[in-house]
Design a protein around this ligand. Structure first.
Ligand code: HEM
Length: 445
């Protein structure tokens, strides 16, 4: 069956301009052209499945669809072959070794570290101060992840701060390092130098932290590192090099994503004050100014719905790639061996057939949701390579939002038009908020 080519491709650059201008809007618009369409990445043709069924068929078939492509190749060259970047052949082994660390029994302990770190960061904000939201939430996400991984280890707080600085320098440059041809990355430009230096320092800090831990393992079972270093009943365990790669991967996969989600959440709330009020009412009622405990998560349905609705509208990964290892049929369509295939949650999550008024921010659609087809909401992906940190990330996002709402009133203070910045995770570029302290004990009527 013929596959529709999406109109509007320019010679040589294809659809890169609309894709870079607004990746979320571009990907969301593709379903109108067919169940499976092609777009042009420069001169290269990429296939895009646009129904939940075809997307799931692709994501579940690891024998055919390899997690690779230029972006992944560049990333693995820079950060090794941890779980998010390893080829499918090694994936099952790695996932078996790492999954226990993310078991639901461990989540309450990780949550306690996250509460400590979040409270500390948010307490450092100033009344009437203006926040660069993405930079601030990225630092917050990195701080919380570092606290969860290293709690009870010898990695000093100061080293963690230095580490977060390296991470910020890496994340600021990473997309360009992935997109530009390799020789450009070697030119002695300030951005390249900063990136290479930061990458080296980042790796050294992780190396030293893991060395120190293995030389004197902690019995602190609340740390993620503790669980990562435990052997399976078969005796298998991660090597030291693998541990370093995994930690690097967690920071890469877990920091931008969480920060992007939280930034869009604050943006959407600042544009929709009725939901902001509902959020304040819920946290005042349920928490009355105290820190959230793990058991509170189930008692915060509005806070959770706000995060879920944000992940529906802005699902963090506008697109990811796979490559077909052999000729394959997706539905009634044939895809040749070697084809690049794109997975984008935006396509299904913005479809009116599943979400009435799909462009409207409406957290209440999650309070008593109608049944959805499998695969209509996939911000964390699906299949064997689904995000391993999904519950951890959701818990932390709810924690961040509840803690911010407990202590701060905020309003949009951006001086430039806010739109999705072209980034690994398209975040609300130029978004600033002004903070006003709230009395956390004030109960609303
Ligand atoms: C809101 C936050 C997050 C979102 C939206 C998110 C989204 C995703 C998505 C869509 C994938 C699948 C990628 C693919 O199929 O190619 C993924 C994979 C992954 N994520 Fe997350 N993620 C988040 C937070 C985190 C956190 C906090 C961590 C670590 C602590 C993490 C670690 C990983 C890893 C290791 C993988 C690879 C899994 C595998 O291949 O088996 N993520 N994430």
């Amino acid at each position: 069956m013929a596959i529709s080519a999406v109109p509007g491709a320019s010679p040589v650059i294809g659809h890169l301009v609309p894709l870079m201008r607004n990746p979320v809007a571009f990907m969301s618009g593709l379903a109108q052209h067919g169940d499976l369409v092609t777009i042009k990445f420069g001169l290269k043709t990429a296939y895009v499945p646009c129904t939940p069924e075809l997307i799931r068929d692709m994501l579940f078939d690891l024998d055919t669809f390899e997690k690779t492509g230029p972006l992944f190749e560049q990333l693995s060259r820079l950060f090794g072959h941890g779980l998010a970047l390893c080829p499918n052949d090694d994936h099952r082994r790695q996932r078996r070794l790492i999954q226990p660390a993310f078991h639901k029994h461990n989540l309450p302990a990780y949550f306690s570290s996250a509460v400590e770190a979040t409270t500390e960061v948010i307490a450092s904000w100033r009344d009437n101060g203006v926040l660069n939201v993405f930079a601030e939430t990225r630092a917050l996400a990195a701080e919380v992840l570092a606290a969860t991984i290293f709690v009870g280890t010898t990695v000093a707080r100061q080293a963690l701060h230095a580490f977060n600085k390296q991470l910020a320098d890496i994340l600021d440059q990473i997309l360009w390092q992935m997109l530009l041809p390799r020789p450009f990355g070697r030119l002695p430009l300030p951005g390249n130098r900063r990136f290479q230096q930061a990458r080296k320092n980042f790796k050294t800090i992780l190396d030293e932290a893991v060395d120190a831990y293995l030389a004197e393992p902690s019995s602190e079972t609340t740390s993620l590192l503790y669980h990562l270093t435990q052997p399976l009943t078969t005796g298998e365990k991660l090597t030291k090099e693998e541990l370093v790669d995994q930690l690097g991967t967690f920071f890469l996969a877990g920091t931008e994503t969480t920060a992007t989600t939280l930034s869009w959440t604050l943006h959407l709330l600042s544009q929709n004050p009725q939901y902001k009020e509902a959020l304040y009412a819920e946290v005042d009622d349920r928490l009355a100014g105290r820190r959230p405990a793990y058991d509170d998560l189930a008692q915060l349905p509005v806070t959770t719905a706000v995060i879920t609705e944000t992940l529906r509208l802005y699902p963090v990964t506008a697109f990811l790639t796979r490559v077909a290892r052999k000729p394959v049929s997706l539905g009634k369509h044939n895809i040749p061996a070697g084809a690049t295939v794109i997975f984008s949650p935006c396509i299904v999550q913005h479809r009116a057939a599943f979400f009435p008024e799909p462009e409207k921010f409406d957290p209440y659609r999650w309070v008593s949701p109608a049944p959805l087809p499998k695969g209509a909401l996939i911000p964390f992906g699906a299949g064997p390579r689904k995000c391993i940190g999904d519950s951890f990330a959701m818990n932390n996002a709810v924690l961040f939002l509840a803690t911010i709402a407990t202590h701060w009133e905020f309003e949009d203070s951006s001086t430039k038009c806010v739109r999705p910045g072209f980034n690994v995770s398209p975040y609300p570029q130029h978004f600033r908020i002004r903070l006003h302290a709230r009395d956390p004990r004030r109960r609303r009527t």
